[in-house]
Design a protein around this ligand. Structure first.
Ligand SMILES: [Zn+2]
Ligand SMILES: [Zn+2]
Length: 406
């Protein structure tokens, strides 16, 4: 049995998952479907693994290495653009608000291609060892992998030899990218609550306006990357939410915003965190406001591919993809994937594959309009072309897994 035989199953599964996305920690239907398919392939299936909807399937076939293959299951609170017949029209409630739900980070392609790879590997059986398939919840909120750690330690006391995972990125469909060393950034999330003194919009002298104060913080925080981080370093600071006030003639008494930073170097990360604290509290002082509170939110670790394991995967991809296997850049996106192998301190490789019309990508690159013409992860039009995207992701998983299995 080959990829051709399984292609209709993989494509149908992808469309089914795409049309039925579920938010982080709510992947109940998706998890049940993943478990059902694993059972059909003869895997030993464990459900509700960890703190949420985690699914683990184990397939043993004689003596040999244990290879963990991972796909994440959650979707995002994004309303999908009208583009494809299998578009999601799902909505859900999040923080008291109705929102559209969409697989806008392509986790549906991760699941469909992993199920495709498992179908192929379960039939081939010319390998020996153990395959551990992990369908992980809540990647987008950086809780899913950490939430599965204790349960995985219990389930697999003998450990694993390697963990493998992949992600779709805005590149050409058919292309796969690998690299040794740091491949995805560390991510930190801070929630800043600024307290002023509320009052009438016509009497600012009686108030401390938290909107002006927080707005000034937002502007000044931009100088961390531009003025405090060396130009040769890579770092990002984004303020993704800003909430204050309910009426135009009331000065509110507080404002709240959230900061996300991405870094590759621990010392850059520490310097940025210190600068956030300094700027936020310095602005409070300048405004005569009490100190702000800065809470820590979701964290994601640095993703660092093991050099030997990455070389093994790289050689397998050279054989499978030829010139379509290219060196990976470092991505400022983040992943909680590495928390899984961290359970046993095992090596891991995480790689990327493209998902957009190769011609469109090539033209956009030639024109220098790649950032405008090719949507980014989490965008409402982040809808990959079906093929060769799914073929590539499935082939990559099979090739990488086989490179380690005896
Ligand atoms: Zn994402
Ligand atoms: Zn993702």
């Amino acid at each position: 049995m080959t990829l051709e035989t399984h292609r209709p199953f993989i494509e149908d599964l992808y469309r089914e998952l795409h049309a039925n996305p579920e938010l982080s920690n709510r992947e109940h239907r998706t998890a049940a479907r993943m478990a059902e398919l694993l059972r059909e392939r003869g895997f030993e299936v464990h459900e509700q693994v960890g703190k949420a909807t985690g699914v683990v399937g184990i397939l043993r076939s004689g003596e040999g290495p244990t290879v963990l293959l991972r796909a994440d299951m959650d979707a995002l609170p994004v309303t999908e653009a009208e583009r494809v017949p299998y578009r999601s029209s799902v909505t859900d409630e999040l923080d008291g608000q109705r929102t559209g739900v969409m697989h806008a980070c392509a986790h549906d392609t991760h699941m469909a291609s992993l199920q495709g790879a498992l179908a192929i590997l379960a039939e081939q059986r010319d390998w020996s060892g153990t395959i551990v398939a992990v369908f992980q919840p809540a990647e987008e909120v950086m809780q899913g992998a950490a939430g599965m750690q204790d349960a995985l330690r219990e389930l697999l006391p003998g450990g694993i030899d390697v963990a493998l995972g992949q992600h779709l990125m805005p590149g050409a469909a058919g292309e796969v990218q690998t690299a040794a060393g740091p491949i995805m950034a560390a991510s930190d999330h801070f929630i800043v609550t600024v307290r002023g003194r509320g009052g009438h919009g016509s009497q600012p002298e009686k108030t401390i306006d938290p909107i002006v104060l927080a707005a000034s913080m937002v502007v000044r925080l931009q100088t961390i990357v531009s003025r405090e981080v060396a130009p040769a370093e890579r770092a990002v600071l984004t303020i993704g939410t800003f909430h204050a006030g309910v009426k135009q003639n009331i000065i509110p008494d507080s404002a709240r915003f959230e900061i996300n930073i991405r870094t590759f170097e621990p010392r850059v990360r520490e310097r940025m965190i210190a600068a956030i604290e300094r700027i936020v509290q310095g602005e409070c002082q300048a405004a005569g406001a009490p100190p702000a509170t800065i809470e820590t939110g979701d964290l994601a670790p640095l993703t660092v591919n093991d050099a030997d394991a990455a070389a093994t995967v790289g050689a397998a991809f050279d054989a499978a993809f030829g010139a379509a296997h290219v060196p990976s850049p470092q991505y400022l996106g983040s992943e909680d994937f590495s928390y899984l192998p961290a359970v046993w301190d095992a090596p891991y490789v995480f790689w990327m594959y493209g998902g957009f019309d190769p011609e469109l990508v090539a033209q956009a690159r030639a024109r220098g309009t790649f950032d405008v013409d090719v949507p980014s992860n989490h965008a409402p039009d982040f809808i990959p072309v079906l093929q060769p995207t799914l073929d590539t992701a499935t082939t990559a998983m099979v090739a990488a897994a086989r490179a380690f299995l005896a």
